[in-house]
Structure formats: C-alpha cells, structure tokens
Design a protein around this ligand. Structure first.
Ligand SMILES: Cc1cc2nc3c(=O)[nH]c(=O)nc-3n(C[C@H](O)[C@H](O)[C@H](O)COP(=O)(O)OP(=O)(O)OC[C@H]3O[C@@H](n4cnc5c(N)ncnc54)[C@H](O)[C@@H]3O)c2cc1C
Length: 297
C-alpha cells in the first residue's frame, strides 16, 4: 500500500508541526500529514491508513481546534485543498475544505439568502457541518439540505438533513466518525443589496466584539443554559489573566488569545483554571466548545 501511495501524486509530510495550521498557532507535530485534493485521494489515504493500522484524524481549517503539544499519531488529513463551490438554482454545493466564508460569498454573488450569519465564521464547510456552527441567530442546520460523507470503512454515503441529528454545536458526524466530503445548502432567492448589508453589518459587529487581531480558536466554551460565558469569566475576575503566552482576551472574555508564543499546554492550563474558578464561584460547569485532540508532550 505504501507503494500504491507512492505511485500517486499524494505527498505525505512527516513530523509536520500543526502550529503552522491551527488558528491558535499552537500544537505539536502530525506524524504523517496529507492534503488530499479529491475524493479519490481521500479514499486512497483512508485505505493506506487502514492497511498500515494508523489512526486517522480529520482537520478542516483548524479554527476550532487545540492540538496538544505532543501532536497527533498516525495519519492526519487537512481537507482545505478540496475547496470547490458550485451554485445551482437556489442551492450552493461546497466541498468540505471550502471556507464557509467563501460559501457565504458565493451565495451572495448568486443573490441567495440564508448564509449571511456565516460570513465571518473562519471554519471550513466540513468543520461547520461537524460543529453545526452558528452565529447571530443562524446556524448551519437551518440551511443544510444534505451532506456527502465517506464512512470509516471507506464507503460513500449521503445524509439528508433530518438524518443529521443537528443540535447546539452538534451533528451526527461527531458520533459516526464519518468524514464530510461536501454539503448542499438550500437557500432562498433574495435581494443582493440586503444580503451584502447584513453580511457587512454582522462582520462589523464581530470585529467590534471579538479579538480578531490575535490568534485564537473563537469561543472556547459552549454557552451554559441560562448564562453567557464572557460575563461569567469576567465576574470570576479572570479577564486579562495570563498563563505562559496565553491570555483571557481583554476584549471578549470567552476567547483565549495567543499573545506571546503560547503553547497548547498554556491553553489547556487556562481552560482548566477557568473551569475550576467558574465552578467554585457560580457552580456552573463550563464545557469546551473547542475540540481538543492529540497527545500530551
Ligand atoms: C475568530 C473566530 C471566530 C469564530 N466564530 C465562530 C462563530 O461565530 N460560530 C461558530 O459556530 N464558530 C465560530 N468559530 C469556531 C470555528 O470557526 C467553527 O467551529 C468552525 O465550524 C470550525 O471549522 P474548521 O474547519 O475550522 O474545523 P476544525 O477546527 O478543523 O475542526 C473542528 C472539528 O471538526 C472536525 N472536522 C473538520 N472538518 C471535518 C470534516 N470534513 N469531516 C469530519 N470532521 C471534520 C475536526 O475533526 C474537529 O473535531 C470561530 C473561530 C474563530 C477563530
């Protein structure tokens, strides 16, 4: 199988630092890393991993990810080279590695409304489906018609919306371990000027509230029932707190920013500190929204 992989044009990077790719600019190395460009390349790589008995990790745009400093064993696939977006009537079909921001822009270009909320979410389509990403009252679940996946055993399958078990920051693919290959968004014809205005307004609001000038992974914690995360962390007296190179953002306490060569360990220590302090002061258990993967150093 290694020979078969060598016959293809698929490059395998060895011991590649994932801090080059994560939005937090932290994280250890991937033992083996590939950027498949087609579904067939994904299949070949999954077959290779199965033959070599390597665990597989799928990454999109790495904007909701902490990779621990010990890195990831086995084979890691980053899907950002699969980024085609097509519009057909009132549907936008995007490959998993396309940015959801570009997908929202493509919808706008075709005068399609429904993805305005996603105009500033820095993830890929695959990551947005996996997370059921959402903002400003919208979420991926409301506009998805179907999702194409490749299963752990290598077969292709299409899920329809109702099969995807969407919930707050949850979708079926979190449970199945399927790899999202593409998604079809069903949108509505709308007024282009109104669509542009809403996207621009939401992005301006985002820039005013979020520390976009620093590396981060967005909101670190899920919103607990009945509370907002930022004010809880503020009231706990933690805003601005620094651990190593990581800081609880002075602009939005729900974000942990990398201000000075932070490590994933700095991020993990800060997450634990916040969880312990908020639990002790307010008896609220904060659950990470960010996905934490890889091994300790
Ligand atoms: C500044 C900033 C602002 C943000 N604002 C928002 C926001 O408003 N709303 C929001 O919901 N999120 C927000 N996020 C978080 C993030 O952008 C979303 O969660 C996004 O959906 C993650 O997509 P990704 O491609 O970056 O996923 P990654 O970080 O690469 O991966 C996240 C998880 O998805 C899995 N995954 C990724 N691609 C696939 C695939 N093709 N198939 C199967 N599994 C896959 C990974 O294994 C991992 O478990 C923000 C992040 C940042 C840095």
């Amino acid at each position: 199988m290694v020979d078969k992989l060598q016959q293809t044009a698929i490059a395998l990077l060895k011991n590649e630092p994932l801090s080059k790719y994560t939005f937090t600019e932290t994280g250890g190395p991937a033992d083996q890393l590939a950027f498949p460009k087609t579904v067939s390349e994904v299949k070949t790589l999954l077959d290779y991993a199965a033959d070599e008995q390597l665990p597989v990790t799928i990454i999109g745009n790495a904007s909701n990810l902490i990779v621990r400093d010990g890195g990831i064993r086995g084979l890691t696939l980053i899907l950002t080279a699969m980024h085609e977006i097509t519009t057909v009537g009132d549907r936008v079909i995007a490959q998993a590695g396309a940015r959801i921001i570009d997908t929202a822009e493509a919808a706008y270009e075709s005068g399609l409304s429904g993805l305005e909320f996603a105009a500033g979410i820095p993830g890929s389509v695959g990551g947005a489906v996996f997370m059921n990403a959402g903002a400003y009252g919208g979420e991926v679940a409301t506009v998805i018609e179907s999702v194409d996946v490749i299963t752990k055993t290598g077969s292709l399958h299409t899920y329809q919306h109702d099969e995807l078990a969407f919930a707050y920051r949850h979708s079926l693919v979190q449970d199945t371990g399927d790899t999202v290959l593409a998604a079809t968004f069903k949108l509505a014809h709308g007024d282009k000027t109104a669509i542009r205005t809403e996207m621009d307004q939401l992005n301006a609001l985002r820039a005013s509230k979020q520390p976009l000038e620093y590396p981060s992974c967005g909101s670190v914690f899920k919103r607990p029932e009945g509370y907002f995360v930022g004010p809880l962390i503020q009231k706990a007296g933690l805003q601005g707190h620094i651990l190593g190179g990581a800081q609880i953002s002075t602009k939005h306490a729900g974000f942990i920013v990398n201000i000075n060569h932070a490590t994933a360990t700095d991020y993990m220590d800060m997450i634990h500190l916040i969880q312990q302090t908020v639990k002790a002061k307010f008896d609220v258990a904060l659950e990470p929204e960010v996905r934490i993967i890889g091994e300790e150093k």
